[in-house]
Design a protein. Structure first.
Ligand SMILES: [Zn+2]
Length: 212
């Protein structure tokens, strides 16, 4: 029995919440939780969240990504999460999503502006493209991390954000999606020929009951 069993279950629960909301796009996306000063939990690579068990969650050493617990291969984006958790000492959790609307913005190379006072900072800042799961992507993020920005848009890919807790990270993902919806809506106003499925997604994200 792992001494981190409770935290592993919390990671799994948060994954299921995000997957239910469509933010992980199948097996895409992954999640990390700081366990203590030296360790973090992270989801396994290419995991089907609906088949995952809490004991499948890996425990890695923050300093060098050495695996301490877990039978499965840790997420290929473990390095991204470690960079976030090392830089933002106040972040207890880090989440990487392929959420549809923010990922659409990542294709058109824009920052996503956030409402004044958002805990994530003023924007979701665009990071130049580097392939998924590579040291290049980790370095591209690491050198652009800012003390007052907790969310970043990975070009042509998705989002990574840090938050105080898993609950805060899940809520942050929804706020980012709403902000992306507002941005895309403003662009669609000028380009009425954009496809209607995208407009439908934007409309759904802007529903008041989605507000968190
Ligand atoms: Zn990804």
């Amino acid at each position: 029995m792992s001494r981190f069993s409770v935290q592993k279950q919390q990671v799994l629960d948060a994954c299921l919440t995000l997957a239910d909301r469509g933010y992980l796009a199948g097996i895409g996306g992954n999640l990390a939780l700081r366990l203590d000063a030296d360790h973090f939990a992270v989801t396994p690579s290419a995991a089907d969240y609906y088949a995952m068990k809490a004991e499948d969650i890996c425990v890695l050493r923050l300093a060098d990504l050495e695996k301490i617990e877990g039978e499965l291969k840790p997420s290929v984006e473990s390095g991204l999460h470690a960079a976030m958790l090392r830089f933002h000492r106040s972040a207890g959790a880090s989440v990487h999503t392929h959420q549809p609307l923010a990922s659409a913005v990542a294709l058109i190379r824009r920052d996503i502006l956030l409402p004044a006072g958002d805990k994530l900072g003023g924007k979701v800042a665009l990071i130049p493209y580097a392939p998924s799961g590579t040291g290049l992507l980790v370095r591209a993020l690491a050198k652009r991390l800012k003390p007052d920005l907790f969310a970043y848009l990975l070009r042509n890919h998705g989002v990574i954000c840090g938050a105080a807790s898993l609950e805060a990270a899940v809520a942050a993902v929804s706020r980012i999606e709403q902000a992306a919806a507002r941005l895309l809506e403003s662009l669609i106003d000028r380009q009425p020929s954009l496809p209607s499925p995208l407009a439908a997604l934007i409309g759904a994200a802007l529903q008041p009951e989605k507000t968190l």
